[in-house]
Design a protein around this ligand. Structure first.
Ligand code: FES
Length: 130
């Protein structure tokens, strides 16, 4: 049996980019990512409500177990989506290691790829028009 702070250490991995961060059992997931992920390395600050109302923090839980609160809007996370493994990070406390996948609206890389795709498409139109 492990004792001390190391026993409570967990890893949060974010897909699709594979970034990972340390946390502790009991940490509130969104709070931890606001400390370590959002607003850093060119990423925008987290814009959501932080109280279960907007759904902006919705992600897919790929691996791990979490404690998910129940005081949130079903408009933000319908029961059908929760049954499929989606969670609201602002409602989650960590129980162990987790792997999450950001949904497209929350994923800076997906936004950048969409922007580049649109620019490439527009350049192609200009080139073909002469
Ligand atoms: S930040 Fe709005 S629902 Fe989580």
């Amino acid at each position: 049996m492990r004792d001390g702070p190391a026993a409570d250490k967990v890893t949060i991995r974010i897909e699709p980019d594979g970034l990972h961060f340390d946390g502790q059992v009991g940490d509130q997931l969104l709070t931890r990512l606001r400390e370590l992920y959002y607003g850093r390395s060119g990423r925008p600050a987290f814009p959501g409500c932080r109280n279960g109302g907007c759904g902006y923090c919705k992600v897919e839980l790929l691996e791990g177990e979490v404690m998910h609160g129940d005081a949130y809007s079903r408009g933000a996370l319908p029961d059908e989506e929760r049954l499929k493994g989606r969670i609201l990070m602002c409602q989650v406390h960590l129980l162990g290691d987790v792997v999450i996948r950001l949904l497209p609206k929350d994923d800076p890389l997906a936004r950048l790829l969409q922007k580049l795709k649109a620019q490439t498409h527009n350049q192609g139109r200009f080139n073909s028009d002469g």
